[in-house]
Design a protein around this ligand. Sequence first.
Ligand code: HEC
Length: 213
Amino acid sequence: MKKLAIIATLILSMAVVFIGCKDKRSPGSVYMPDMAYSRAYESYAPRDSSIFTMDPNDAGHKIFYNTLPPAGTLKRGELFPFNVPNDSNGLLNLSSLVKNPLEPLTGKELEETGRLFNINCAICHGAKGEANGPLAAKVGGVKNIITASPGYSDGRLFFVMEYGQLNMGSYASQLSREQRWRIVQYIRTLESKAAPATTTPAAKTDSATVAKK
Ligand code: HEC
């Protein structure tokens, strides 16, 4: 009798195992449905408007969620935002108070920043910053950064990239803050290279130099 019971239990448990494995994707009968069926929120899925709201006046009645990071928060590793206002007071007085937060560039960083400068700035300003890039004549009013910038603080150079100036657009969406602060450092290296060469006549157009690089 005891033997029979053991055999019956064995057969029964094997049956349970096989029935349980019928469909690999099915969890079988579920004990805690929230665990078995994920209720994870998909980032771009529409939100249930009876629960969530994007209207700050509705906050309190519903869950306020506007997909933006809370004001004043910074991404990990991100540099502090440039809070100087976009007006002449910001440009001429306040920007000079902002110091370049980066350490001096190393060889590889310098090379990479030179690449970014050639893509974003040299098209107007020329690879050496002498206002002779291929687009300079078309855009008009492009400044020679080398002769203009020695008098400019790092903050002022950053200001120009942050907000743009006259025919020059803002670079805030094309270049990260770190890349822009690096370009400021790169401009300094162009200045020191240009210093002894001021007596030699400048090349007519810089597009050839850009192409060679
Ligand atoms: C579309 C052409 C164009 C591009 C690209 C461009 N600039 Fe300019 N840039 C100008 C013009 C035009 C001016 C002159 C603005 C003025 O007269 O105030 C200028 C002026 C400047 C000045 C001098 C500002 C001053 O107050 O005297 C600096 C510094 C400068 N640019 C840096 C850069 C850097 C760095 C980049 C790349 C991130 C860049 N520019 C890309 C057109 C350009």
